[in-house]
Design a protein around this ligand. Structure first.
Ligand code: ASP
Length: 355
């Protein structure tokens, strides 16, 4: 049985808010399996999509969630389901991860990713990698094959080579659309004299980013999954933010901020304005509310996304799963690319707040 709860909450600085929760009733003698994915939250509105464009996005989300689900259905581990789903999204130019990664200020691509296993809180992450086709797979290798949690830049790539991962040309990630976005962002920041904002301190840096359309900051991908063994996992992969510079790293590779998983509470993958997600430790905060305050994932997610982040201007969303297979996908932006599937609910895809 599927239960969707769609609520329009009181508006303040944003046009609309959306909260969708989905509960799976567990079949009598079958362990629950479930997966949720996202492809970024931001200015995603029906009026911006042609029917073909919308169809193509939904098809890619469906392909990704079903790739992950197929692994769970065969009894595979949630970690493997998470990487399989994320790989589909990383390999698509539609999303800001892997192939579709945004451009940095210097016209390159720097990618971040992380993964975490709820059974034992093992985790792996990479930050600022330039030559890794599927950063989530490298994050998994950091977790499985190194004694560390997070590797960065050239060192991470050196580690990748020791694991037999071929380095690719950074130009592989060039796409015309992202290049145009970079030019638009640069023009906009120059126009508002915000280009040199970092010299003026953090407040101006935050203001500069707030001044950009959310369009320039979205597209991160992620997945959370529950396997037959009752273990949950979370993973996130991103190109970060358009026009980022000085080696900026967002929340996506930060365990506790962009990604978190613990069988005692929940698994979360986040997308949004990373600086806020880091400062408010978003993924771990949601799970802490579940573990220590006995909140449901829907309550905890709503509180952090709407009550904590929104008042301070933190835009974005999360996907959450628990060990019963409940899923919740709250976001405080106009839309979020998302999809779910479980052994009790068919494939669902959503883009807009009223989906
Ligand atoms: N959270 C990502 C970052 O700040 C961006 C996004 O989710 O779109 O790097």
């Amino acid at each position: 049985m599927t239960l969707f709860v769609n609520k329009t909450l009181k508006s303040s600085i944003y046009v609309g808010f959306f909260l969708s929760s989905l509960s799976t009733a567990v079949l009598a003698d079958e362990p629950p399996i479930a997966i949720a994915i996202h492809g970024g939250a931001g200015t995603i509105e029906r009026s911006d999509f042609t029917p073909e464009y919308e169809k193509a996005y939904r098809a890619k989300l469906k392909e990704a969630v079903e790739a992950g689900y197929a692994i769970l259905a065969k009894g595979g581990e949630s970690l493997t389901a998470v990487t399989a789903a994320i790989n589909v999204l990383e390999n698509s130019p539609f999303f800001n991860a892997g192939k579709g990664a945004v451009f940095t200020h210097d016209e390159t691509h720097e990618m971040d990713a992380s993964i975490m296993f709820g059974k034992n809180r093992q985790a792996g992450a990479v930050a600022g990698v330039k030559r890794i086709e599927n950063p989530i797979n490298l994050a998994r290798l950091v977790m499985d094959k190194s004694v560390h949690v997070m590797l960065s830049g050239a060192g991470a790539e050196q580690f990748a080579q020791t694991q037999g991962i071929e380095l690719v040309d950074n130009k592989l990630f060039d796409t015309k659309g992202r290049y145009k976005s970079l030019q638009r962002v640069k023009a906009k920041m120059l126009k508002s004299e915000l280009e040199n904002n970092t010299a003026k301190g953090n407040e101006n840096y935050q203001a500069a980013h707030r001044a950009l359309d959310v369009e320039y900051k979205v597209g991160t991908v992620g997945a959370v999954a529950l396997d037959k063994q009752g273990n949950i996992s979370a993973g996130t992969s991103t190109g970060g933010m358009t026009n980022k510079r000085f080696g900026r790293i967002g929340d996506s590779p930060v365990i506790g901020a962009g990604t978190f998983a613990d069988n005692n509470s929940c698994a979360v993958s986040a997308t949004g304005h990373g600086e806020y997600f880091i400062r408010y430790n978003v993924a771990a905060d949601i799970c802490a509310r579940v573990q220590y305050q006995g909140k449901t994932i829907a309550q905890a997610g709503k509180e952090v996304i709407f009550d904590v982040l929104m008042p301070i201007g933190g835009t974005g969303g999360v996907i959450i799963i628990d060990t019963k297979g409940n899923m919740s996908l709250p976001f405080n932006t106009k839309g979020m690319y998302r999809a779910t599937k479980s052994n009790t609910t068919p494939t669902y895809t959503g883009l807009f707040k009223d989906d």
